[in-house]
Design a protein around this ligand. Structure first.
Ligand code: ADP
Ligand code: G6P
Length: 456
């Protein structure tokens, strides 16, 4: 068995019960806990120069991290990765910016990661790279002479070629991505969009090759679809642990009879303003629910030194205040807006307490909150998942109430329907979701990707 070398920009804090905002960190940590290996990434620190920190070992995982200089952080992380790529990958081109020096900074940090990583890699290691920060890493590693098998899993969507091409350096990015042996996507739609770009705009050819494989510049690149999942049974047992459950019940005693919950990083891709507007519409259209329903939005701040994130935070604060000002009564506050993280042993029981969960991103690679919510439910009395058709999770969880996050009225109707849905229908939908999630578990995601990378 080859050793696994995992590379991601964000490295999770490795402590039990630690709240991790972000699906990548949760998935990678789990894969490494099971298999052991080396995890390489950014330390989260910005220092005078970009330099490695001392390695340390936690259980079967050895961690190597690297600090970033202010310039690297600004150009790579704030600039190209999160100011250009993230909005484009999520179809939010109006929110993107592009500066060539930032793209050069992105390439420079990919080179920096490669320089620090190369001496740590043994000849038969499998190198599994994660996400949009490191699209050029295989190219940089190959330039250093590394001949190992190197795969990339993209946790975000891959957009339609016309959207990707709004990034002026799109051709260089795709060329660099083709230095990977295996490219993994969350959904078939993402993979097809990538193959479309490569065959129509980058001279790639899929002729005579196995499904999903392309040749480009003489290299054969394999692509695959690996929907990331959750540990269904573990989530459920966290959700019903008595002590946690007690805490959740106490919290609920302070809420009203019906709880609608949402949990997201505070990110413009998550569709929060549209969701608030839909909840306002629901309050306006269904006055019988007044005094009965509470909508709790949990949204820990994310990437808060980026302008677009600051703007959405201000907008949501204003909207939450305005909606409560319009509808609240002396003894009822309809919207609770919390800007903080919660440990999983608090979050999962809260999911189980809720009658409905709104997961309505404008675009999302997968969305693990949707899967966690469904997995946390009591099979006898399950809550209802209201899910955006633009989340990767909607491809698998089509038994949820699917909505268009741009359709305010449609979402308000879905809230009403969720709160009045008969128990048999809730159970049927929940069973269907459980069956898919058990099949596409987190273990399966990891094992299939690693097996395909190994197989070549
Ligand atoms: P993204 O990766 O874009 O943040 P996902 O929904 O795929 O979106 O993953 C989010 C992960 O972060 C989930 O595992 C979720 O439980 C966790 N998370 C999100 N918000 C919070 C929070 N407030 N407290 C604790 N965990 C959170
Ligand atoms: C999403 C991305 C991850 C990222 C996480 C948190 O899950 O796919 O790559 O790590 O958000 O964002 P941050 O910028 O704090 O790492």
């Amino acid at each position: 068995m080859s050793r696994l070398v995992v590379v991601s920009n964000r490295v999770a804090p490795i402590q039990e019960g630690e709240a991790t905002a972000g699906g990548l960190a949760a998935g990678v940590l789990d894969a490494l806990k099971q298999k052991g290996g080396l995890w390489f990434g950014w330390s989260g620190e910005v220092t005078a120069t970009s330099e490695p920190t001392p390695e340390h070992t936690v259980g079967p995982i050895t961690l190597f991290t690297i600090n970033l200089s202010r310039q690297d952080y600004d150009q790579f992380y704030r600039g190209f990765a999160n100011g250009t790529l993230w909005p484009a990958l999520h179809y939010q081109i109006g929110l993107g910016r592009f500066e060539w020096p930032e793209f050069e900074g992105y390439r420079r940090v990919n080179d920096l990661f490669a320089r620090a990583l190369t001496p740590l890699v043994r000849p038969d290691d499998l190198v599994w790279v994660h996400d949009y920060h490191l699209l050029c890493l295989a190219d940089s590693l190959r330039a250093n002479g590394l001949r190992n098998r190197i795969g990339l899993f993209l946790h975000t969507p891959f957009p339609a070629p016309g959207v990707f091409m709004t990034i002026p350096s799109h051709a260089a990015l795709i060329k660099a991505m083709c230095a990977y042996d295996l490219l993994g996507f969350q959904t078939e739609q993402d993979r097809t969009a990538f193959l479309d770009y490569v065959t129509r705009h980058a001279g790639g050819s899929a002729d005579g090759l196995a499904d999903g494989t392309v040749t480009i510049d003489g290299r054969v690149v394999r692509t695959g679809v690996y929907p990331i999942g959750v540990h269904v049974e573990e989530v459920r047992s966290q959700a019903e642990t008595p002590i946690n459950r007690r805490q959740a019940t106490r919290m609920r005693a302070n809420l009203m009879e019906r709880l609608i919950i949402s949990v997201d990083r505070l990110d413009y891709s998550k569709g929060l303003p549209q969701r608030f507007a839909a909840f306002e519409r629901f309050l306006a259209d269904y006055p019988a629910q007044h005094g009965l329903v509470t909508f709790m939005q949990i949204a820990p701040p994310s990437r808060s030194d980026i302008e677009t994130y600051q703007r959405i935070r201000r907008e949501l604060e204003a909207e939450a205040g305005r909606i409560n000002g319009r509808f609240a009564e002396v003894d009822w506050v309809p919207l609770r807006y919390l800007n903080r993280s919660f440990a999983r042993n608090v979050l999962m029981p809260l999911y189980a307490e809720a009658q409905a969960c709104l997961v309505t991103p404008l675009r999302d690679g997968m969305n693990l909150v949707a899967k966690e919510f469904a997995a946390a439910q009591d099979p006898e009395e399950p809550g209802v998942l209201i899910l955006s058709e633009f989340a990767g999770a909607a491809r698998e969880l089509d038994a949820a109430l699917l909505v268009n996050p741009y359709d305010e009225r449609g979402m308000a109707q879905a809230m009403d329907r969720a709160l009045s849905m008969p128990v048999e229908e809730r159970q049927d939908r929940h069973q269907a979701m459980l069956a898919v999630m058990r099949r596409n578990s987190l273990e399966r995601w990891r094992d299939r990707f690693v097996a395909d990378l190994q197989a070549g």
